[in-house]
Design a protein. Structure first.
Length: 418
């Protein structure tokens, strides 16, 4: 949309993405994966039931999902700088609170606050809003980068924390370290983050406003849609995208939660199951960047159809898989397809509805995704216990994805009437 110009220095948008990636890595210190790694040190020290920690994690994730529509709208209005800076400050204080917990209710309060803050202001819709505002031609890779950071951060911080506790560092000290790291990010978020490129006299991708007269700039802006949340919700495309995101979340939770048990029941070792699950996680984390790059060359709708359709087939292939190599390979492909679909659908939201209300529109889909993600594991458990077979579990996941694929096929780009 915007002309390509030779720029003499690094575009400020890349500095913004770098800061957002760093904050996401620190924010991953309260992810489900991180707390899974910290579960034993905490419960053994405080002699708590593990379900107490699991309950706090579930509640925090649910509240974080509900908060994203609000944070998305605030990011549209006030910008990433204010939202992320406030979030990283409160997150630091929440980490300090986690370091001092001694009762179960302390954990529920402090973790719920920490998790909700992270999902709403640091690793969810807020950094995606910044990527959409600052990039147009390279929007795919920008969204891919910020989408990858939380997933990779979960793995990195979990390994880091366990290495510390394994070497004798107290779990409370681990949370103190993350609290200090959070506060050290404040100068960067306040000094580098900005709401939109126009604040620095630029257009998306670093094009300088001074290189064009005002009429040309207005013409360029007029060519990009500017749907409000209310306008977007009146389109069929919005609900098909929301269903696609929810279907991906449901099937991801359904399959990944039971992956280790499924492979063990099919005669493979628990080690193979854990390796497969880890491969799924890393493959999914890295896939967002690759899908993002591809979206700059090919239709994002076509890529989303390919990703969701592939997920449909791969889910069924689990049922006829045999051997460790095939198990790991299918897990990698499943993560690549399903996690990539989520990133692609966010790109479609930006392309179909524009950047003006991207935060509010993208954030509105989050509660549906969180609900679907939470229903996946428990639905799979019920189906398996009722049927004593994995076939209904994977057939359901495949069927949901097939329906989402069909929805994407019939979806049409909405027409924006200015």
């Amino acid at each position: 949309m915007f002309p390509s110009l030779v720029k003499p220095r690094i575009f400020h948008g890349w500095y913004i993405l770098s800061v957002l990636v760093l904050t996401s890595l620190i924010g991953a210190g309260n992810s489900q994966v991180f707390f899974g790694a910290m579960l034993l040190p905490i419960t053994e020290d405080l002699t708590w039931n593990r379900s107490a920690v699991a309950g706090a994690v579930s509640l925090g994730t649910f509240v974080g999902g509900i908060a994203q529509p609000i944070s998305g709208a605030l990011a549209d209005r006030y910008g990433t700088r204010m939202i992320t800076s406030l979030g990283i400050l409160l997150l630091g204080l929440a980490f300090f609170a986690l370091a001092g917990i001694s009762e179960v209710w302390h954990l529920f309060v402090s973790y719920t606050i920490a998790r909700a803050i992270t999902m709403a202001t640091i690793s969810g819709v807020t950094p995606r809003t910044a990527a959409v505002n600052w990039f147009r031609r390279k929007r795919g890779r920008a969204l891919g980068i910020v989408s990858t950071a939380p997933a990779l951060g979960s793995a990195i911080t979990a390994i880091f924390a366990r290495s510390l506790t394994g070497s004798g560092v107290d779990w409370r000290s681990v949370f103190l370290i993350f609290g200090i790291a959070s506060l050290l990010m404040l100068p960067l978020t306040l000094g580098i983050l900005r709401r939109k490129p126009e604040d620095l006299g630029l257009l998306p991708d670093g094009v300088k406003q001074e290189d064009f007269d005002s009429q040309v700039i207005e013409d360029l802006r007029a060519r990009e849609p500017a749907f409000s949340l209310n306008q977007a919700r009146k389109t069929t495309a919005f609900w098909l995208i929301t269903f696609g995101m929810s279907a991906s979340a449901f099937s991801t939770g359904l399959v990944s939660f039971h992956m280790v048990a499924f492979f063990v029941d099919n005669g493979l070792s628990e080690t193979v199951g854990v390796i497969s699950l880890s491969t799924f996680a890393f493959s999914g984390a890295l896939s967002a960047i690759l899908w993002g790059f591809l979206s700059e060359k090919f239709s994002e709708k076509l890529l989303a159809i390919i990703a969701t359709g592939s997920g449909t087939l791969i889910t069924l292939l689990f049922l006829i898989s045999s051997g460790a190599v095939i198990a790991v390979a299918l897990s990698a492909l499943f993560g690549f397809a399903l996690r990539g679909e989520g990133a692609l659908l966010n790109i479609i939201i930006a392309q179909y509805f524009g950047r003006i209300s991207f935060g509010a529109i993208s954030g509105f889909t989050a509660p549906f995704q969180m609900l679907a993600l939470s229903l996946g594991p428990i639905t799979g458990s019920w189906l398996f216990e009722f049927n004593d077979s994995w076939y209904p579990v994977f057939a359901l996941g495949s069927g949901v994805l097939a329906t989402a694929t069909l929805g994407l096929v019939v979806m049409r780009r909405p027409v924006f009437l200015n």
